[in-house]
Design a protein around this ligand. Structure first.
Ligand SMILES: Cc1cc2nc3c(=O)[nH]c(=O)nc-3n(C[C@H](O)[C@H](O)[C@H](O)COP(=O)(O)OP(=O)(O)OC[C@H]3O[C@@H](n4cnc5c(N)ncnc54)[C@H](O)[C@@H]3O)c2cc1C
Length: 382
């Protein structure tokens, strides 16, 4: 079976690697002229870590990533800790898989090298898909064409595959704009430099912070409820002054983090999401990751669910004929990802609510309480 994957993001590369390891023939078509990932952090939780372990990358993920220990949820205004969450060796022992903060480029590079070692030359760069048929015939912006027995749209929130074949509206602006920044640890003075990872919450705003690259870089994201700026893309440059303007009343440590950010490492982007799809299969074509279920990032599960999709899809394609494999993949994945999409939005509403101090009182259904970490894409029934 020839499988074509459109998009060499974290989801597409994981799917390609899993398929290649299962002995299927796979080609990845990526629009960018060179492989790469944005300068930002990513959390890999055990549900995705289990897949990376299975694909033989677990040790490298553990070595490249940072295990946070304890995460703090703090009041954005006062800096006071509201509650803590253990993200320590005990968590990993309970789940038998890694939980790590990584630089996205490190994880992406790991997947790309593993794929090259297993299926050399399987990535075609500079191939922007413009159309695809239900039968698996693809056309690219440079006029070239290709065909496959199965086509997988792993081409992100603005998926051309989804737009071509699935009954779908445009990506919806979520009312959230996010800034992301990286700061060299040595640019931060104590005590800000050694502050524990976690989030600061306050009305309409949320700041996420954690270390990457062995603690040499502090990665952060600031989510602001706002309207009037909906530009797409992950790489719109911003300025410290613009971001500080959205952090009125924030505690000293959050402002210090922003003030120390080199401006070439500060970007903003509007967050878009999709309504859950009614079906994931159109003939020989399916979707994966953000193309299928783009979500708000408040549970840190977007890439994790893309990685889960990738493993389940590869197992289905290795075990069943194409039509049946795609049906089983959809049946195994749709309810779970719809639930995570909706829970991420709910958690965001609670984090950015008017009264941060009430967060710790009622039941907080975060990603671990919801049981998301227990899911095993390597063994889940198909
Ligand atoms: C602030 C923020 C923080 C986040 N933190 C986390 C986290 O901690 N943990 C987590 O699990 N998730 C997190 N996420 C979510 C995560 O980043 C995404 O869900 C994930 O990157 C989706 O992967 P993907 O492979 O589906 O899509 P993408 O990463 O978007 O990759 C799509 C690929 O397809 C290519 N492409 C697009 N169109 C075409 C075309 N027409 N033809 C060919 N190629 C094409 C693109 O160039 C790209 O390489 C976060 C998101 C945000 C916004």
């Amino acid at each position: 079976m020839q499988v074509a994957i459109v998009g060499a993001g974290l989801g597409g590369l994981t799917a390609a690697l899993a398929l290649a390891q299962l002995g299927l023939s796979v080609t990845v078509y990526e629009q960018a002229p060179a492989l790469g990932e944005v300068g930002a952090g990513i959390t890999i939780s055990p549900n995705a870590g289990r897949v990376l372990d299975h694909l033989g990358l677990g040790e490298q993920v553990r070595a490249l990533g940072v295990l946070p220990g304890t995460q703090h949820v703090r009041d954005l205004a006062s800096g006071r800790t509201i509650r803590t969450m253990a993200r320590d060796p005990g968590l990993e022992a309970r789940h038998g898989a890694p939980y790590r903060h990584l630089h996205r480029a490190d994880l992406h590079g790991l997947l790309a090298r593993a794929l090259e070692a297993c299926a050399a030359g399987s990535i075609r760069l500079g191939h922007r898909l413009v159309s695809v048929t239900r039968g698996g015939r693809m056309r690219f912006a440079d006029g070239t064409e290709a065909a496959a027995d199965v086509v997988v749209g792993a081409d992100g929130v603005r998926s051309a595959v989804r737009d071509a074949l699935f009954d779908t509206g445009p990506p919806l602006f979520t009312g959230q704009v996010a800034w992301r920044g990286l700061v060299p640890a040595e640019a931060l003075a104590e005590p800000v430099r050694s502050e524990p990872p976690g989030i600061h919450i306050g009305p309409g705003r949320l700041v996420l912070r954690y270390p990457v690259r062995g603690g040499r870089l502090a990665n952060y994201a600031v989510f602001v409820e706002t309207s009037g700026w909906e530009e797409e893309g992950w790489t719109c440059p911003s300025t410290r002054a613009e971001l500080i303007g959205h952090l009125e009343g924030a505690c000293r440590s959050v402002r210090a983090l922003v003030e120390a950010t080199p401006e070439q490492w500060l970007f903003k982007w509007a967050l878009f999401a999709r309504e859950p799809l009614q079906t994931w299969v159109a003939g020989r074509v399916t979707l994966l990751g953000d193309a299928a279920h783009a979500m708000l990032p408040f549970m840190g599960q977007g890439a994790a669910t893309a990685i889960e999709d990738a493993m389940v899809l590869a197992r289905a394609l290795a075990a069943f004929p194409p039509g049946e494999a795609l049906r089983r993949y959809e049946a195994a994945r749709r309810a779970r990802t719809t639930m995570v999409q909706l829970q991420s939005r709910l958690l965001g509403l609670r984090f950015q609510g008017r009264h941060p101090e009430t967060l710790g009182r009622g039941p907080l259904r975060n990603e671990e309480d919801l049981g998301l970490f227990d899911y095993d894409p390597v063994t889940v029934p198909l």
